[in-house]
Ligand binder design. Sequence first.
Ligand code: NZQ
Ligand code: ZN
Length: 387
Amino acid sequence: MQNFTFDIPTVIHFGKGQIEKLGGEIAARAHRVLVLYGGGSVRRNGVYDAAIRQLQAHSIAWVDLPGVEPNPRIATAREGIRLCREEKLDGVLALGGGSVIDCAKCVAAGALYDGDPWDFSAKKAVPEQALPLFTVLTMAATGSEMDSIAVMSNPETCEKESFSAPCCYPAVSILDPTYTYSLPAFQTAAGTADIMSHTFENYFSPVETSYLADSLAEAILRACVRYGAQAVKTPDSYEARANLMWCASWAINGFLNMGKPVGWSVHRMEHELSAFYDVTHGVGLAILTPNWMRYVLSEGTEHRFARYGVEVWGLDRSLPQRELAEAAIEKTRAFFSSIGLPATLGELGIGPKHFEEMARKARTANFDRTFVPLSVEDIVNIYRLSL
Ligand code: NZQ
Ligand code: ZN
């Protein structure tokens, strides 16, 4: 295990009815907040009304910013920053999934930054301060409710880039699993694939001595397999929704990569798919992941996939290692299909036209330090395998 620092300042209130704590938490830190939400799901499922009742009960003023897009756009964050400055707001409240929360992080940091917020994504600046951020999560997927990352898109330049800074952790997040009952099966499945992908990115690392983190990763993957399928079939299963929600937060809050280098290769490849084709993040990951696994499978890596097969899929550990590894990869592919996710880029109408450019943009120096180093050519090959 390598050295690490673990410091998550986010207060989590988890469970049914925990929205009751929202007003008090905000009032302790802010008086006037920007309320961000997406295309209207929070208006339909009661989350918006419940949050506004909290603001009213604690005499907190607010300004709405609806219409945050899935794969949130930098133009929307600029609008939020303008509102924060004009209306003299001192806090940001996000009601929604990862897109709304990420946009809220960009607004919270951008409001206190003397420059354009795309500078964060372009790595020209790192946020040093941010308005306090509060989140009410409505979708188990990205873990943005308990991490310091935001991913913003700029459709004009076909760019989708992340940034991260300690000031971007939410101050308080409300995680009520019942708020995810209204999530459509397709988004439930995409969210499950995203949680699993975060776990894979951490699990498949060149350092294999983080036994505690790896065992938790396996538990999260088993929970995703069990409860992802259950939530798709039975959207109002509290047990399924609650387990998925807590898995989402822990898959990316830093615990799983403690003491090891992580390349986030499949995520880098997926972000280019979203940048060029605006695909749903979890769908892109579900398509790329089994093909990435197959591509990096070798004599040197098969033991890791074999362990994954035994611990997550319950495969018979007495089978030959290569057989176990291949079966584990096929189980992964079959699981994503079983919960209704597409298996090929062709199904999304995506062809090879931009693969070279996407691969060049996706590849960072991290690709040299990851589980299996990948060149631009390797990335193109993985895109091609996914067609
Ligand atoms: O816009 P609304 O109407 O709210 O509808 C949303 C949206 O259409 C809908 N939805 C969310 N909760 C719902 C609901 N519909 C009914 N009932 C509910 N309870 O679901 C759709 C997708 O929402 P979105 O927020 O886009 O999904 P997700 O949480 O998967 O976020 C995806 C974004 O997060 C980024 C992704 O790249 C993508 O841009 N990521 C953020 C990360 C982070 N901050 O750490 C890491 C991830 O790897 C990821 O890259
Ligand atoms: Zn992700």
